[in-house]
Design a protein around this ligand. Structure first.
Ligand code: MSP
Length: 643
């Protein structure tokens, strides 16, 4: 059987329910999977749960449940979380499965037969929370370096001769620069190994939970030894003849805390000892943090993936698109090198900027204008070279980022196409070309549809449902091959397009504290009750004198020297004007671009801080007098009157 591309995530402890930290690694691996599939490869993605060890046994006891029933229940919450994020995993391994126990015992036996495992007395400290043995010198005030409680252990145990692999490991790192990634973390591993590796205790006295050591039922295999074997067990090793079609793994994904001591040293040494090939790449990202702390259940500062999805359903996305919003946010916020703050508020900002403003607007504008100026049909005309070149550059940057596992960079490529397209629309101004009856109109509109189609195709690995929704509006089939992206023949002249329906409605951003996974999300700000007051009545004819129009912000910048004022360029149908608005305290200029607003279009121009304002934005005030911009409930034709 030909070799498949084999990607893995860590197997997650079932002592707590999943949060966005877990979802991050699994979604990132899934984005890689979908990308390679689009490139025509046969890809296999493994995820799963880690269910042995004292930590899990004690969590079950605390919950008052039998351990097996407890792990069955929590493992399902991971299955549901990953299904709920449309993760296309091919296998979900659980370490309480027979296939896993068998592979772990087999590897143990193999290493013991080869002389890499010996029996000795272990006298020292154990950190149950991290399931690690801790050196005497590392214990401070009864705590491990991670700040966890430690327990005294004095047991006769099995040891793995890790110290004997030091030179072979260093030689392997040196000869295979892609083995450990990213580079910064690889150098940490090299220094760690150069300081000298100690043999590792790989058993614990049997607490009645775990995988028995072969031939020694008094002891169970140390949870980290068995956990690492999951990657091999899932291939069918040692029994299933097909295991070599998967092994060695191409990529083991994880976060930094389980990189140096486990995946970058112990695991390759175990494989070397057993004469098995090593994975091609072991890559560790940083952490999602909230404030100064790692997002973790024990700190109670987690965002649950389902809450993230629900927040975008509440904000008006379809459920499938809301799932994609969560996937996009996780991938885009991948803390590749440094830790990253991850919060509902940060996600909302990125969502508004990238998906609602850039991508969503590019789609809406292109489709609406194709309907307005070309009867909803892709017109005859040359797709402009400049835009084809930008699409190809975005595609290459996607490829380069993926080759380096920089998934956060790759997912920006389709947004970049949308940004280029929005600028192109502003400069080529199809409304002006239409008015002048210019022959260039066909070329410009076909170019717009081409670019949108490419952006949709390129966002598919991270947002598969949104890509499908966009393609459905274009009434064009999904591009199933990577080579087709950027081919102008995929937008034939004469093709009838569908109607524009907003895929990514804008959301209001509210600063939120971190919340427990079980708490419900609070996606949108609750407006306070309006204060009633006496209002003067006026004749309809007077009201009708006010020309209210839908406009779109195409440029926004703060006005120097003013805390309140922003200078905006807006399009009002075919006309463009400058408006100065007092909204700087409530809105970042970059968040405003692409947004539709309602303006008073027939006010006499006024000068504010030396800048002329040719109209006024409509806004309500909240209880503190902070402006809340008015916006059409759905995308309205630019320039239409409001009454
Ligand atoms: N069971 C072990 C892994 C065994 S792999 C052979 C374990 N489990 S865990 O439940 O603690 O999951 C750790 C992994 O979850 C991290 O390595 C990372 O992939 C992901 N993350 C958990 N919290 C995270 C953050 N706050 N930030 C980033 N990644 C996070 O360790």
């Amino acid at each position: 059987m030909p070799k498949r591309r084999y990607l893995t995530t860590p197997i997650y402890y079932v002592n707590a329910v999943p949060h966005c930290g877990h979802a991050l690694t699994t979604v990132v691996a899934d984005v890689e999977k979908r990308y390679w599939q689009l490139r025509g490869e046969d890809v296999w993605l493994l995820t799963g749960t880690d269910e042995n060890g004292l930590k899990i046994l004690e969590a079950a006891q605390t919950a008052g449940e039998a351990p097996q029933a407890f792990v069955d229940r929590i493992s399902q919450t991971f299955v549901r979380a990953f299904d709920g994020l449309d993760v296309g995993y091919d296998d979900f391994i659980r370490t309480t499965e027979e296939r896993h126990a068998k592979a772990s015992q087999h590897l143990f036996q193999l290493l013991r037969d080869a002389g890499h495992i010996y029996l000795d007395k272990y006298e020292g400290w154990y950190d149950v929370s991290a399931e690690t043995f801790v050196k005497e010198s590392e214990v401070v005030d009864g705590k491990s370096p991670d700040g966890n409680e430690v327990r005294r252990v004095s047991e006769e145990n099995w040891f793995f001769r890790l110290s004997a692999f030091q030179d072979r490991l260093l030689a392997h790192y040196e000869a295979n620069p892609d083995f450990l990634m990213p580079e910064g973390r690889a150098s940490e591993v090299v220094s760690f190994v150069k300081q000298g590796l100690r043999d590792v205790c790989i058993s614990r006295s049997n607490p009645g939970w775990g995988i028995p050591v072969p031939g020694d039922p008094e002891r169970v295999i140390y949870v980290w030894f068995d956990a690492l074997v999951n990657y091999l067990a899932a291939t069918g090793w040692p029994d299933d003849a097909g295991w070599e079609s998967l092994w060695p793994a191409d990529v083991h994904w994880m976060a930094k805390e389980i990189f140096t001591r486990f995946h970058a040293t112990l695991w390759p040494a175990m494989l070397m000892g057993a004469g098995l090939p090593l994975p091609k790449t072991v890559i560790a990202h940083g952490w999602f943090v909230f404030g100064d702390s790692k997002m973790s259940k024990s700190l109670g500062n987690v965002v649950a993936p389902q809450d993230l999805v629900d927040a975008y359903v509440a904000a008006g996305c379809t459920r499938e698109v809301a799932v994609d919003v969560a996937r996009y946010a996780l991938a885009r916020f991948l803390p590749y090198e440094n830790d990253t703050n991850f919060s509902m508020e940060a996600v909302a900002r990125t969502y508004n900027a990238d998906l609602a403003n850039d991508l969503g607007n590019a789609l809406n504008r292109s489709l609406s204008m194709a309907h307005k100026f070309c009867d909803g049909v892709v017109p005859e005309g040359q797709v402009e070279d400049e835009i084809v070149a930008s699409v190809m550059a975005a595609k290459r940057s996607f490829e380069a980022a993926m080759a380096a596992h920089r998934v956060h960079k790759a997912v920006e490529a389709p947004i970049e196409i949308a940004r280029v397209l929005n600028k192109y629309i502003d400069t080529r101004a199809p409304w002006t070309l239409a008015k002048a009856g210019s022959p260039e109109l066909g070329s410009v509109v076909r170019t717009m549809i081409f670019a949108v189609r490419c952006a949709a195709a390129l966002i598919r690995p991270v947002c598969p449902a949104a890509a499908t929704a966009m393609e459905a509006q274009l009434r064009l089939p999904a591009l199933s091959r990577w080579e087709e992206i950027g081919d102008v023949a995929t937008v034939p002249a004469g093709h009838a397009l569908g109607e524009a329906v907003p895929v990514f409605p804008r959301v209001e951003i509210e600063a939120q504290p971190a919340q427990a996974a079980s708490e419900k999300p609070r996606p949108a700000k609750q407006a306070s009750a309006p204060k009633a007051g006496p209002v003067e009545q006026l004749e309809f004819a007077d009201f009708a004198k006010v020309a209210l129009r839908v406009a779109r912000i195409i440029e926004a910048e703060s006005i120097q020297g003013s805390e309140k004022l922003v200078r905006l360029e807006v399009t009002v149908g075919e006309e463009q004007r400058q408006i100065v608005a007092g909204i700087a305290k409530a809105y970042n200029p970059e968040d405003l671009i692409g947004r539709q607003v309602v303006i008073v279009a027939n006010l006499k121009p006024a000068r504010l801080m030396g800048t002329e304002s040719q109209g006024m934005l409509l806004a309500a005030d909240d209880e503190d007098g902070t402006p809340i911009l008015l916006q059409p409930d759905r995308e309205a034709p630019d320039g239409t009157s409001v009454h």
